[in-house]
Design a protein around this ligand. Structure first.
Ligand code: AMP
Length: 302
């Protein structure tokens, strides 16, 4: 027997009623529930969220649901990678105890007609490029949070606007879940891990490093004292333009709470990028905040 590689298989739950019952039992036992919602095709970015959840919670529950409501009619819903068996193995190895994987028909039964919209925040940037996307995200995340009712739910900063929208929703609707934003996990060459990276051909994959390179250039400019948002945006755009295969969708410096454009970086901000490599659209960001209140010095999270 090889105890070193032994992992407890994750328990797979398919129905909403069973998931509710399972979570209710854990709550009644006084346990702290951590929840990590995903769309599957799991990678290190996802398993890092599971490991982070394990620091605060037991049990850690993950979900896999490719949510049809957050894909536009011309987007990749039908070809989104689905690797369920491997995902279940990865979750077992990462130490998640439960995997909730409902069918779309149960999540959205015939006649489903209730949606959540986080106004303002949802219309900018990702929301502008992907109309209806955040309405689909907020609706499914609210449903999942209501089903599991976790104490903590973990999201990656890779989808910075998404985390902010979910945190706003949780606050506005008085949810009992604390939303935790976690760092971006990257490949050795800087590319942020994403299930969509599998769409890239060899050339595009190489070119995709341009996103993190552009963000590093912006960081260097800020380290050298630059604070003017227009200048910083120009730096990002210029860096992206140098890569023949890359086409900018947006490259903006925004307030980290409202996601509205800023003129100068003097409070928590994001440098946000959405870039096409061929037909694949990738996003990435750099989070920056003053080292202390009113300090000129900045701290960077890439
Ligand atoms: P997805 O399966 O793409 O819906 O992502 C599920 C969760 O994993 C979301 O909270 C994402 O922000 C997070 N995530 C995806 N990629 C990364 C990454 N490279 N680093 C950190 N978190 C990530």
């Amino acid at each position: 027997m090889n105890l070193g590689s032994h992992t407890c298989p994750v328990e797979i739950i398919r129905t909403i009623s069973w998931m509710k019952e399972h979570a209710r039992k854990a709550r009644d036992e006084g346990r702290i529930i951590g929840f990590v919602p995903t769309m599957g095709a799991l990678h290190e970015g996802h398993t890092a969220l599971i490991r982070r959840a394990q620091q605060d919670c037991s049990p850690v529950i993950a979900s896999i649901f490719v949510n049809p409501k957050q894909f536009g009619p011309k987007e990749d819903f039908s070809k989104y990678p689905r690797t369920f068996e491997k995902d279940a193995e990865k979750l077992s190895a990462a130490g998640a105890s439960t995997l909730f994987a409902p069918e779309a028909q149960e999540v959205y039964p015939d006649g489903f007609s209730t949606y959540v919209s986080v106004e303002g925040l949802s219309e900018r940037l990702e929301g502008k490029s992907r109309p209806g996307h955040f309405r689909g995200v907020a609706t499914v995340v609210l449903k999942l949070l209501e089903i599991v009712r976790p104490h903590f739910a973990y999201f990656g900063r890779k989808d910075a606007q998404q985390v902010q929208i979910i945190a706003r929703m949780a606050r506005d609707l008085n949810l009992d879940t604390e939303i935790v934003a976690c760092p971006i996990v990257r490949e050795a060459d800087g590319l942020a891990l994403s299930s969509r990276n599998t769409y890239l051909d060899k050339e595009e994959r190489q070119a995709a490093t341009v996103l993190s390179r552009a963000l590093k250039e912006v960081r260097n400019e800020m380290k050298a004292g630059a604070r003017d948002a227009l200048h910083l945006q120009t730096v990002m755009r210029r860096a992206i333009k140098e890569e023949r295969l890359a086409v900018v969708d947006y490259a903006e410096i925004v307030d980290a709470v409202t996601f509205e454009a800023v003129t100068r970086v003097r409070r928590p901000c994001y440098a946000l990028l959405a870039v096409f490599l061929g037909r694949t659209r990738l996003i990435d960001n750099l989070y920056v905040e003053p080292a202390a209140e009113n300090a000129e010095e900045l701290v960077f999270y890439l």
